[in-house]
Ligand binder design. Structure first.
Ligand code: KG4
Ligand code: ZN
Length: 336
């Protein structure tokens, strides 16, 4: 089966073509046109600008991909959640292509696609034995822990009560004047630091009984301490990054492992931009290995927004494929 994926929920315009045969995934095309350099100067994404650039970017990447539409079976498109005007561009493009080439359209939930990004590079997951699994989506917009009972069956068991973890990375980077997006810069600066973590940032809600998390208080703690700081130097900034990241990794690994034990899962699947974080990967794997629980992370190039994961999610949602689905609408607040 050949599936074309289209993604435009935030600031990445992306298309991909997957071929899936006997549970083997071939990524034939995977093109991402990122707007990160455009939004950098605003310190975050400006929705109106993002939507305008999606309009400009999709046609060149479609041309570049040279898709033979005769040979594709379905078109999968993100219809939520995300920025409404950005989502609309991808959905309308997908509807147009589906109409012109008379192909069935599969509506995709972006959060579910981040989970399925693991199937792009871990063939062993194509198995009912994978479940029950814990699926954790950590990105700029989401921090969700799901119990995944089977393909397409999710129970939300924990989430952030305020900022998403990626959002906290981005805001802390802004406080420390490090630029946007914050995750990769903070993690690099944290790696530079050799020394003690004596800043004692809080780990909000870490020991609360449920699996919910909070990152807004941690960000504010960084802000207050940074404001009181007099003599900044490179090493001190590195230390702030190190201490902030330690707090994030402590909370996330604690909550994920606790949930994995409570729900007796065999596998933990991570997805989303923050799942690129190496410290988090190592800390989680170390703890999970000791308990005999397997951890799975997408390839680094599939952690951020991409359309290969949308096509992958399309494969598992192929029952939802519909021809002439012109009533499909973007839904900014779509839930999983
Ligand atoms: O999944 P994604 O590309 O877009 C959303 O759906 O939000 O995630 C973007 C987020 C940003 O907040 C970015 O700072 C964060 O992922 N991020 C990271 C790393 N790389 C990207 N956070 C921590 N460590 C990283 N290495
Ligand atoms: Zn995303």
């Amino acid at each position: 089966m050949r599936i074309l994926g289209i993604e435009s929920s935030c600031d990445e315009s992306a298309i991909a073509l997957l071929e899936i045969k006997n549970n083997k995934v071939k990524i034939l095309k995977n093109i991402i046109s990122s707007q990160v350099n455009i939004h950098k100067k605003y310190g975050g994404i400006v929705p109106e600008i993002a939507a305008r650039h999606h309009v400009e970017n999709f046609f060149p990447i479609l041309k570049e991909a040279k898709i033979n539409f005769k040979k594709i079976d379905n078109i999968a498109v993100t219809y939520g959640p995300g920025l409404i005007t950005s989502l609309m561009i991808g959905v309308e493009l997908a509807k147009t292509l589906a109409y012109v080439y008379q192909k069935p359209l599969i509506p995709i939930n972006h959060i579910e696609a981040h989970i399925y990004s693991n199937w792009l590079s871990h063939p062993e997951l194509f198995n009912k034995k994978t479940f029950p699994a814990l699926a954790v989506v950590i990105s700029g917009g989401h921090t969700n822990i799901f119990l995944m009972k089977n393909y397409g069956q999710y129970q939300l068991i924990g989430q952030t009560v305020d900022d998403a973890v990626g959002e906290a990375y981005d805001k802390v980077a802004k406080i420390l004047n490090l630029g946007y997006p914050g995750g990769p810069i903070i993690s690099k600066r944290a790696n530079n630091y050799k020394g003690e973590d004596d800043l004692n940032f809080p780990r909000p809600m870490m020991y609360a009984k449920d699996f919910n998390m909070s990152f807004s208080g941690l960000k504010t703690a960084v802000l207050y301490k940074a404001r009181a700081e007099k003599n900044w130097n490179k090493k001190k900034i590195d230390k702030y990054c190190f201490a902030f990241q330690n707090a994030v990794v402590d909370v996330l690994t604690h909550k994920i492992i606790k949930a994995a034990q409570e729900y007796k899962v065999k596998n933990i699947l991570l997805g989303g931009g923050v799942s690129a974080n190496n410290e988090l990967r190592v800390a989680l794997k170390t703890k999970a290995d000791k308990l005999g629980i397997k951890t799975h992370f997408p390839k680094l190039k599939h952690t951020g927004d991409n359309a290969a994961m949308i096509a992958m999610a399309g494969y598992f949602n192929k029952k939802r494929a519909k021809k002439n689905n012109f009533s499909l609408m973007a839904d900014a607040n779509l839930e999983l």
